[in-house]
Design a protein around this ligand. Structure first.
Ligand code: L34
Length: 293
């Protein structure tokens, strides 16, 4: 029996509708409209497409989108100056600097400069530390979207074997930390595999929940998956262009073969991506609520 498809696209719509109601209540009760500043440096096509999708989500949810587009030759000092301005602007509750940045800019310097209370990406060391100790304020968006899909697909997590492939700061490390917390939707036994793991397949075959953020198309094949497992595919690999000239996307999982083995599986596109953007909206609303206390 082929796997159930976990539609990130559909879940995202449901959650955005709920968030829109929350935003309307904030406006009605406190006269607050959450403001999200997006910062895009350069014209990387993938980044342009993701930021455009984020701004569209703002519109859907009722978050005010304040967009800053800087040229690829912007200096680090100029970018830090903009962040300082946004840190001090009361209309801005959340700041998102789309990554990757051009090579001449130190990404960490930029992340460190963002006020942790406006860090809706959850990348600042203060927020990373809070996440580690189970006191997350802004759970990073991609891992938060992954966890939401696991929970809403009714995949049991308590005591489950979770195997993560990939150790990035944006996905692999934080989702591993989130799934091992003593908390609902977590409480799992977590294994983190990476490029130096000796026998990745031996680990993945044990996984009740397999989270793949390898950045390599077809990194996971059907023989690596335990029958009935929930498979979350975080990959967004551009593998060419469609006939209509749009980017052709593939995940990290051999979807057609793995869906015959897995119990539940996320597609690419329409899986983790739309959930990432939705969790950003959730964090932007949470950032606005911080100003109430
Ligand atoms: N600062 N930089 C910052 N925060 C982030 O959370 C991100 N990330 C990653 C890259 N850089 C970032 C994103 O927003 C990846 N990412 C992201 C967001 C959305 C989608 C994919 C990655 C997405 O919506 N993907 C669509 C397909 C979009 C397309 O056609 O290109 C999907 O359905 O998967």
């Amino acid at each position: 029996m082929p796997a159930d498809i976990i539609s990130g696209k559909e879940l995202a719509q449901t959650i955005r509708t709920d968030l829109a109601a929350e935003v309307a209540a904030l406006k009605a009760e406190h006269d607050i409209v959450p403001g999200l500043a997006t910062v895009l440096v350069g014209e990387d096509p993938a980044s342009v497409s993701y930021v455009t999708a984020k701004r569209r989500a703002c519109e859907q949810v009722g978050v005010r989108s304040l967009h800053h587009e800087l040229s690829a030759d912007t200096t680090e000092a100029q970018l830090l100056k903009l962040i300082d301005k946004l840190n001090n602007d009361p209309a801005v509750n959340g700041i998102l600097v789309q990554l990757p940045l051009p090579d001449h800019i130190d990404e960490n310097a930029v992340i460190y400069a963002i006020n942790p209370d406006k860090d809706v990406d959850g990348f600042h060391p203060v927020n990373v530390g809070r996440l580690l100790i189970g006191e997350a304020r802004f759970p990073p968006c991609t891992p938060a979207g992954i966890q939401e899909m696991i929970v809403r697909s009714e995949t049991p997590t308590e005591g489950a074997e979770v195997v993560v492939i990939g150790r990035s700061n944006i996905v692999g490390k934080p989702i591993a930390v989130m799934m091992l917390q003593k908390a609902p939707g977590a409480n799992a036994t977590v294994t983190l595999c990476h490029t130096r793991t000796k026998d990745t397949a031996a680990h993945t075959r044990r996984a009740d929940i397999l989270i793949v953020a390898a950045g390599v198309p077809n990194a996971v094949t059907a023989d690596m998956v335990k029958p009935g497992a929930t498979v979350i595919d975080v990959g967004v690999n551009r593998i060419g262009t469609t006939d209509s000239g749009k980017a052709k996307l593939a995940g990290d999982v051999d979807f057609d073969a793995v869906k015959e083995v897995a119990g539940k599986i996320t597609p690419v596109p329409g899986g983790v991506g739309p959930m990432t953007i939705t969790m950003l909206m959730k964090n932007a609303v949470a950032a606005a609520k911080l100003t109430l206390s």
